[in-house]
Design a protein around this ligand. Structure first.
Ligand code: NCD
Ligand code: ZN
Length: 349
């Protein structure tokens, strides 16, 4: 198969940033995806529906001319979030979910949540109104080994939360471990997970190959090979009956912020996102299942219509630029200076 036509995919977990950075990165996503769930971890975070709608307007204005790309907005859950705000989210189709960052877990998560128990009325309102909770699933105890934080969160806080609120729709974001896959497999139809291209392609050796590789550092951090294999199996197998879908977690950071004594977490993949997933599915002998993962399972879980336009991919290698613009700075995209096996043939038609 040298070409592949699929229903236009959506990205169910994306960082678009704001201002000049937003203007730099949005075209990459808009060239590939019909919609994207936009993360609210701006500085300051997007905590109200009014702020989310304001951010949405800035995203719409930053789209390339003629683009029909549609941002799906999220609120950042804090200790001050109220059930009334959840009702407002439920009444606002442009806002599709609420994002839980354990405080301190990742980039711009200082305002995140420290006590899940205190938010019980908020989770009850979310369950009642079928507003999905999008979770960055890692513990934040500095004594927890960084490679174990997802598994510990899944076994601890996540299991308790799901036990207390079995009706709550949960998307466990950017899963990285066999433990997360097992949990998604054991729980019912109200839980699902997004999987990034980089966690499907790379294991943790990529962070240290020949030296320290800051552009392979993200959170949750890359894991060992057996976990990568579990993710590939989950995403590509016939057993993926809708609980796993595409979420790039493409997270742009300037070179200055990556090449630092305390470099930021985040990998930029929007420039080649669907192409990188095509590589994964091709290597797994599952290209015929890419469309379900990329274009069907996400909208089905969120209760949104699938896209109607199509996207064409061709197996034709191209070389990723060494750098891309990020406002008045530069970023280093995944595969910089190296080849990607697939490319998009044309704009969606
Ligand atoms: C994200 C970012 O830079 O905003 N970074 C990352 O490593 N994934 C935050 C996040 O999703 O954890
Ligand atoms: Zn993210």
């Amino acid at each position: 198969m040298d070409s592949l036509t699929i229903t236009q995919p959506d990205d169910w977990h994306l960082h678009l940033r704001d201002g000049d950075q937003l203007i730099s990165v949005i075209a990459d996503t808009a060239a590939r995806f019909g919609r994207a769930v936009v993360m609210p971890n701006l500085k300051p975070p997007v905590v109200s529906v009014a702020q989310a709608l304001g951010y949405r307007e800035r995203i719409l204005a930053a789209r390339p001319p003629g683009s029909a790309f549609e941002p799906l907005m999220t609120l950042y859950l804090t200790a001050d979030t109220t059930p009334a705000q959840i009702q407002q989210v439920a009444a606002t189709p442009q806002v599709v979910g609420v994002k839980l960052y354990p405080a301190g877990a990742t980039t711009n998560s200082e305002a995140g949540v420290t006590s899940l128990d205190a938010l019980t009325p908020v989770f009850e309102a979310m369950a009642e109104h079928a507003v999905p909770l999008l979770i960055h699933g890692e513990t934040t105890d500095p004594n927890d080994d960084v490679f174990d934080r997802e598994a510990r969160f899944v076994d601890g806080a996540l299991t308790r939360l799901h036990g207390r609120h079995p009706e709550l729709k949960i998307v466990l974001e950017h899963i990285t471990t066999a433990d997360a896959v097992a949990w998604i497999g054991e729980t019912g139809p109200r839980t699902a997970a997004t999987v990034t291209a980089h966690h499907l392609l790379l294991n943790r050796n990529a962070i240290f190959s020949g030296g320290l590789r800051p552009h392979h550092y993200c959170l949750p951090v890359l894991k060992r090979e057996r976990h990568r294999e579990a993710l590939v199996e989950a995403a590509t197998s016939v057993a993926n009956t809708g609980k796993y879908f595409l979420g790039t977690d493409s997270a742009p950071h300037s070179i200055a912020n990556k090449h630092s004594a305390c470099g930021c977490a985040g990998i930029y993949t929007a420039h080649a996102a669907i192409e990188l997933y095509a590589e994964v599915f091709e290597a797994a002998g599952a290209l015929d299942r890419l469309e379900a993962f990329a274009s069907f399972h996400g909208p089905d879980f969120y209760g949104l219509p699938r896209n109607r336009v199509m996207l064409n991919l061709v197996r034709e290698a191209w070389t990723v630029p060494e750098t891309l613009s990020l406002g008045d700075e530069l970023l280093v995209p995944l595969r910089a200076g190296e080849r990607v096996r697939w490319r998009i043939a044309a704009q969606p038609s």
